[in-house]
Structures are given as structure tokens and as C-alpha cells.
Design a protein around this ligand. Structure first.
Ligand SMILES: Nc1ncnc2c1ncn2[C@@H]1O[C@H](COP(=O)(O)OP(=O)(O)OP(=O)(O)O)[C@@H](O)[C@H]1O
Ligand SMILES: [Mg+2]
Length: 394
């Protein structure tokens, strides 16, 4: 008979409490002690399953020192036992997956034979701290990225009000720079807003159906002026199928293609070509690997459900990316060292946006690159059937 089948009146209260304590997800211990200087006299008389797992003990009771050796935790216990005060501390586990736990001790009064008792609880805050650290880093990065163009704007305003006041040539030049800096700030804010919007509905599946051939064609066409400006040829190779329908939200897929294309153009050498290829009806993604011998890394793993995928591949002949930098590409604000300034400007948000969009679309994102070998970014989108009213071209 399970606990749930039985009513409390049929189960002795002590059994019910024991089961309850054991089922608590947070580790708890009940500790007793007699004299402050009698360290070996401190014992735990109850340790729930979570506590036994955390402290790697098998017995439900035993000497406290055999379960806990951390001086901070022992001090916390002593405050509750001997000062009759609530106390708090932190417990860090060591090892490959170190955890950070908040420890709380509360006095439980005096028991039989004058034993002082305390309740010791642990609460795992590793994940909460990681999220907090990410938030702090993000704010620091975002404000740093905004501060740089803002400082430049302030500097030029000062110059224009001061010694360049009557210098027409200098004024034109400075206004041009100021415009570029203001544009940069606007772009950064647009990217940040877009990122937070995408993250907000990342768990809501996209509804639309999009013809990828048409969409990519439009993005490539729109990127032509940028390509011409950088003297990079855009070699667009739609697949033979004519139309390729994928499930997704048009605007977000446009963002994916734009960002991959923008990077490929940005990192291409003068006069080189960027190849944009589309393949449909892929079912075995592993077999669809690109260049042999070049390290590849999946930045977003596609949903493994047995669907077919359309693959959009953007291939450039740029400087490539060293293997050790591949895993960090889709982190917010991450830029490979040495690319912090110059013509290859950017904030490092593009691939973070791409990653979240691909996640939402249950698609995949794979990068294959090596230094001096160029880069290939492949986005995999789950295929959809043609929307009603559309006759699929053969
Ligand atoms: N095709 C590529 N070739 C070489 N390096 C690349 C390529 N694409 C991305 N990278 C590297 O990855 C980094 C992150 O790319 P991401 O698109 O996120 O940022 P960005 O292009 O620097 O800035 P943003 O896209 O926000 O304007 C780039 O700074 C660059 O170092
Ligand atoms: Mg980019």
C-alpha cells in the first residue's frame, strides 16, 4: 500500500513524518550536542535522503564530524545549538560539478538528557547564482557597449561648441562621425530589444509557414549593396525544388539569414565570394556534414524527432575561427579577440540572436571552421507542408 492510498489515521504519525522528511527535496539534518567543547559529542540523529546524497553518508544518524567537516557549517550549527540563535552560512561542494548551497541552522530547544537540538537545512543556489552572474555580466557588457559611442558623441559635441565652432570642414567631418556613433547605439538597442523579445517567447512554437527559397532570395538581394561596398560577390544557389517550406516566423528567419550573411560578408577578404546554398528534405543531419577535416560544432542541437530538414548553408573564405573559440560564438557580446575594432565592427549579439531563434524554431545551427580555412554556418529548419492554397512547384 502506498502512502497516498492510506489515510493518516491508518498510518502511524511517526511513519508519515519520516516519509515526509525523506521526500523533501532539500537536504535536512537534525543535530544534537551537549557541551560546546565536546566536538565528538555532536551527532546527527536524522538525515533525509537528500542530505545523505549531498554529504555522501549512508546512515540516518551518526557523528556529525563524519558527515560534515566544513568549518563554516560547523560554526553555523554551533550558533543554533549553543547560542540558541538562527544562523546562516554557505557550503560549497568540490569536484567537477561544484555546487553552492545556503545553509541554515535553527535551534529546536533542549531534548531528553539536556541534549541541545538544532535543525540544519541546505538549499542549492548554484543555478540562481549562475543566472545572477549572467545578468550582471550582461548589464556590464551592455552599458560598456553604450558608453563607448556615448563618450565619443559627448567629445565631439564639446569640440563643436569649442574650437571647431567656425570650422566648416571639421564640423561636417565630426557630424558624420557622430551620425555613425548614434546609428551604432540605435543598432545596439534594437538588437538588445530583439534579443529580449525572442527570449520571452522562445518556448512558444512559431506558427507560420515560410518559403525559404523566396525569403533567402530577398535577403540576398537586400544585402547586395553591402556586398558591393565590401567587394564581396554573393553566390546564391537555391535548390532545384523551387520552393522549400519550413515552419517558422518570417521576421525571425529573416534575422537568422541576415546575421549569417552579414558575418560572412564582414569577414570575407576583398574580392572573395560568399556562397549561400539551400538543400531540402534532409533527414540524416550527421551525414550532411560539410568540409571534411574542419572542426565542426553544433551551437544549437536540432530537435531529434524524425522530421525532414531544410539546410541553409552560408560559406565564406574569411579568416576562419580557431577551434577553441567555436563554443563561445553564440554567447552574448562574445567577439573573437583581435576583431574588436576596425571595419569589422559589431557588438557580438548577432549569433546570440540567431541561436535563440533557432532554438525557438526547433532547428539546428552548426559551424564548421578552422583558422585560414574560411567558415561555414549551417542553419537547419524543420520542413513544413505547403500552406493551403499554395500549389507546391515540382
Ligand atoms: N563568418 C565568420 N568568420 C569569422 N569569424 C566570425 C564569422 N562569424 C562570426 N565570427 C566571429 O564570431 C563573433 C560573434 O559573431 P556575432 O555575429 O555574434 O557578432 P558580431 O558580428 O561581431 O556583431 P553583431 O553581429 O552584433 O553586429 C564575431 O565577432 C567574430 O569574431
Ligand atoms: Mg554578426
Amino acid at each position: 500500500m502506498s502512502l497516498l492510498d492510506s489515510t493518516p489515521s491508518l498510518t502511524p504519525a511517526s511513519q508519515l513524518y519520516a516519509a515526509l522528511v525523506d521526500a523533501l527535496p532539500d537536504p535536512i539534518l537534525v543535530v544534537v550536542g551537549f557541551e560546546r567543547d565536546d566536538l565528538t559529542g555532536r551527532r546527527y540523529i536524522l538525515a533525509n535522503a537528500a542530505a545523505r546524497e549531498l554529504l555522501r553518508i549512508t546512515a540516518q544518524e551518526g557523528m556529525l564530524l563524519s558527515a560534515v567537516r566544513d568549518p563554516g557549517v560547523l560554526e553555523t550549527v554551533d550558533k543554533a545549538l549553543f547560542d540558541q540563535a538562527d544562523a546562516e552560512g554557505v557550503y560549497e561542494t568540490t569536484g567537477a560539478q561544484s555546487r553552492n548551497l545556503r545553509v541554515r541552522a535553527r535551534p529546536l530547544g533542549i531534548g531528553a538528557g539536556g541534549a541541545r537540538m538544532a535543525l540544519l537545512t541546505f538549499h542549492d543556489q548554484t543555478e540562481a547564482r549562475r543566472v545572477e552572474r549572467t545578468r550582471v555580466d550582461f548589464l556590464a557588457n551592455a552599458s560598456h557597449e553604450l558608453r563607448t559611442p556615448l563618450a565619443s558623441l559627448s567629445g565631439f559635441i564639446e569640440t563643436l561648441r569649442g574650437h571647431a565652432r567656425d570650422d566648416v570642414a571639421a564640423r561636417d567631418k565630426f557630424l558624420g562621425i557622430m551620425q555613425a556613433q548614434a546609428d551604432r547605439m540605435a543598432r545596439l538597442i534594437a538588437d538588445l530589444t530583439s534579443l529580449s523579445r525572442i527570449e520571452l517567447d522562445e518556448h512558444v512554437a512559431p506558427r507560420g509557414v515560410v518559403d525559404l527559397v523566396l525569403l533567402v532570395g530577398e535577403v540576398v538581394e537586400a544585402a547586395a549593396p553591402l556586398g558591393a561596398q565590401r567587394r564581396v560577390k554573393l553566390d546564391w544557389r537555391p535548390c532545384a525544388a523551387g520552393q522549400v517550406f519550413v515552419r517558422g516566423e518570417r521576421d525571425q528567419i529573416v534575422q537568422v539569414v541576415q546575421n549569417l550573411l552579414d558575418n560572412a560578408i564582414k569577414y570575407s577578404p576583398d574580392g572573395a565570394a560568399v556562397r549561400i546554398e539551400l538543400t531540402s528534405d534532409l533527414s540524416d543531419l550527421a551525414a550532411a556534414a560539410s568540409k571534411e577535416g574542419v572542426p565542426r560544432l553544433s551551437l544549437v542541437a536540432p530537435d531529434p524527432s524524425p522530421e525532414t530538414y531544410a539546410a541553409l548553408r552560408v560559406v565564406d573564405l574569411g579568416p576562419g575561427i580557431a577551434r577553441q573559440n567555436l563554443p563561445r560564438l553564440s554567447e552574448r557580446f562574445y567577439r573573437v579577440d583581435g576583431q574588436k575594432s576596425g571595419a569589422r565592427s559589431g557588438t557580438g549579439l548577432g549569433l546570440a540572436i540567431v541561436k535563440h531563434i533557432m532554438n525557438r524554431h526547433r532547428g539546428g545551427l552548426v559551424v564548421a571552421s578552422a583558422e585560414g580555412e574560411g567558415s561555414t554556418f549551417t542553419a537547419y529548419f524543420p520542413t513544413a507542408t505547403a500552406p493551403e492554397g499554395v500549389v507546391k512547384a515540382s
